[in-house]
Ligand binder design. Structure first.
Ligand SMILES: CC(C)(COP(=O)(O)OP(=O)(O)OC[C@H]1O[C@@H](n2cnc3c(N)ncnc32)[C@H](O)[C@@H]1OP(=O)(O)O)[C@@H](O)C(=O)NCCC(=O)NCCS
Length: 177
């Protein structure tokens, strides 16, 4: 029996946050930097528990994405991962359902940087590939992020979007998308 719970970072105790960080380090096989973890904090987490063990995590934080001359309030999804031995049982989908409920009620759109492994999950949930060029608003100005082109997915909501247009994210340390 999987129990999906949501909570703001401020409501999670240190041991739960530590368990989430360990889970994600394991899920991403050591390819999770301090910045990656920091990017997952400060918003709403969806946590999947089984028999008192944390087996899945996703979170959504607020960012601003520039598109069509507007700074869109964006629910940006981070740290989506399910323990390897508990995959393909619907846990990832249930975590996304919980996160999308937050995105739909609080933001102009959803966005995330997708891994190949998660593409089918996201597209089945209505997320669309951003087809246009991506950039970041860095301290030195707008810089193209070619490496992110094709890997950014959005959940269209109230904001008018041209998926072939330009999309620029706000600045942060580590991976900007
Ligand atoms: C991507 C990830 C989170 C998906 O988690 P998951 O728990 O396996 O997700 P789900 O079980 O909801 O869906 C995965 C697949 O299992 C299928 N599935 C769901 N319930 C099922 C069941 N009871 N029986 C059989 N298959 C099932 C889904 O239809 C889906 O199929 P698809 O790949 O053909 O679309 C997981 O693979 C993961 O942690 N990957 C590594 C980290 C990663 O890449 N994260 C994404 C960062 S952007």
């Amino acid at each position: 029996m999987t129990d999906i719970r949501t909570a703001h970072t401020a409501e999670l105790d240190a041991s739960t946050l530590r368990a989430a960080r360990i889970l994600l380090a394991d899920v991403f096989e050591g390819d999770m930097t301090d910045e990656d973890w920091e990017h997952a904090l400060g918003g709403i987490h969806a946590l999947a528990w089984e028999d008192g063990e944390l087996i899945g995590h996703a979170s959504v934080v607020q960012r601003r994405l520039l598109h069509g001359g507007r700074a869109l309030r964006t629910g940006y999804v981070e740290g989506v991962g399910v323990r390897a031995d508990r995959r393909r049982r619907g846990v990832g989908g249930a975590l996304m359902d919980a996160i999308e409920r937050v995105v739909r009620s609080a933001y102009d759109l959803g966005a995330l940087g997708a891994t190949d492994e998660a593409l089918r999950l996201y597209t089945a949930h209505g997320w669309k590939r951003w087809e246009g060029p991506t950039s970041a608003l860095t301290p030195g100005g707008i810089v193209r992020t070619e490496e992110a082109d094709g890997a950014v997915y959005v959940l269209p909501l109230s904001a008018p979007l041209d998926l072939s247009g330009e999309l620029t994210c706000d600045w942060r340390e580590g991976d900007v998308w």
